[in-house]
Design a protein around this ligand. Structure first.
Ligand SMILES: [Ca+2]
Length: 446
């Protein structure tokens, strides 16, 4: 055997790609059979490594990287097989990759969480369910489609459009289904203060996204949230061998609807990690000033929230009590401004808009903005974010009184759900020492 030139290697690979047998290539190029096999093996090894390092990219992109790296044509159409086996192998590692489903209301804050989850190597986002009864309208689901198709390109990740009304409303007024502007949704500002107008278009920044060819009508199948959600859970288990963790970043409506239609699916969900609730701190429903103890995600659909606590699910709450303890500061903001990646820069621009429009100005922004949903993602990543206690002596108020609804209160009756609460940061409440903030920056930049 002798060292081959790059063009000889290319020739071997090219012939092999064109389905010529090893003996035939050996005869044609007058090189030993072992040399031909060795060249092919070496090429396959390089391809395997590229697939492993770029598994979230499409076959087309992997092909491009391979050609750039080796100057060779691709041997044969094995990328997809390699991708598949690499994908499955990683599932067998116990804590390596966690399959997750993101349930979001498409608020500005949710986008930091979604970017963080999509770019985190130890999370495998299997799908997104969306609801338009929180801080955005349903059609802004397109923003999610654009981002997910760019980061998980070629994977056609299900993006499922869920409800745009709360169970609180639809149970009482079935005839108003699909009509926005019901009692509780009205507490979300339409314009200004980071309201729906701002989050629908991400302050207009969604024009800077890399647009997907898939439009939201393609991304959803038939507007059947319950069936599509159930299918997504089944396909996750089938593909990964693990039950999905659902990271819930808005109201509990989609999950409650799933459980109403498919009550046994509680056994197919690893757990719900839900950014929601205010326990021993003030709530945040600033548009209903007399309700001082509710948090929006619970307040906007207290019926759904109650049903979650009454289910057999394992639920970890990431309440305001926890998120309030890790505010960020101007130094973190500056650090974000130095990011050079596409989504690092995008995140910075989005945060800058949130700060610019924050009620009460910059100082209030640093006191009152917490990257709430991204902290739920950080918690799921298991990087030492929060201390957790079990607390099943809680109930949710849900009456006809909007000044009292959506609050966590003490209860004599234990929740049926296995309920845990994130209480305080594990390491420190200083941004500089926080594993969450460090990881968030690193992940956005990689
Ligand atoms: Ca949210």
């Amino acid at each position: 055997m002798y060292p081959l030139t790059e063009s000889q290697c290319g020739e071997i690979i090219g012939l092999y790609k064109n389905k010529q047998s090893v003996p035939k290539i050996s005869r044609m190029l007058k090189v030993h059979r072992t040399t031909v096999t060795h060249t092919i093996d070496k090429s396959q090894k390089i391809l395997k490594t590229i697939v492993k390092d770029n598994n979230k990219k499409s076959a087309e992109e992997i092909k491009k990287i391979f050609v750039e790296k080796t100057n060779n044509e691709l041997i044969f159409n094995k990328i997809k097989n390699y991708q598949q086996s690499n994908y499955q192998q990683s599932r067998t590692l116990p804590h390596h990759v966690i399959p997750v489903i993101i349930d979001t209301d498409g608020d500005n804050d949710d986008f930091f969480a979604i970017l963080y989850a999509l770019k985190s190597k130890n999370l495998d986002v299997r799908g997104v369910t969306y609801h338009g009864n929180g801080w955005s309208h349903a059609a802004s689901v397109q923003n999610i489609v654009d981002i997910i198709d760019d980061i998980y390109s070629g994977k056609n990740i299900p993006v499922i459009l869920g409800t745009d009304y709360s169970l609180y409303e639809s149970d009482r007024n079935p005839n108003t289904l699909g009509t926005p502007g019901c009692t509780y949704q009205k507490s979300v500002p339409e314009g200004a203060a980071g309201g729906r107008r701002d989050s629908d278009l991400l302050y207009g920044l969604n024009r800077k996204l890399r647009l997907s060819k898939r439009i939201w009508y393609d991304a959803i199948k038939d507007f059947n949230i319950t069936q599509d959600f159930a299918d997504l859970i089944d396909s996750t288990i089938e593909a990964t061998g693990k039950k999905p963790t659902i990271i819930a970043m808005g109201t509990a409506t989609n999950i409650a609807m799933l459980l109403r239609a498919f009550p046994t699916y509680n056994t197919k969900i690893e757990r719900i990690v839900w950014m929601a609730g205010a326990l021993d701190v003030a709530g945040n429903v600033f548009t209903v000033p007399n309700n001082t103890r509710a948090e929006y995600n619970v307040y906007l659909d207290c019926v759904a929230a109650q049903e979650l606590l009454d289910s057999d699910l394992k639920i970890t709450l990431i309440p305001l009590d926890f998120t309030n303890k890790t505010p960020f500061n101007p130094a973190f903001f500056d650090k974000l401004s130095t990011l050079t990646s596409f989504y690092g820069k995008f995140a910075y621009q989005l945060l800058k808009m949130i700060r610019a429009t924050w009620l009460g100005g910059e100082l209030e922004f640093y006191n009152g903005y917490f990257l709430w949903d991204a902290k739920a993602v950080g918690f799921v990543k298991n990087i030492g974010v929060a201390k957790v206690v079990s607390n099943r002596t809680l109930a949710i108020t849900c009456t006809e009184d909007k000044n009292y609804n959506g609050q966590f209160v003490a209860s004599q009756v234990l929740t049926k759900a296995d309920l845990e609460i994130a209480t305080e940061p594990i390491v420190s409440d200083l941004v500089e020492d926080s594993p969450f903030f460090q990881d968030f920056i690193d992940v956005l930049e990689y």
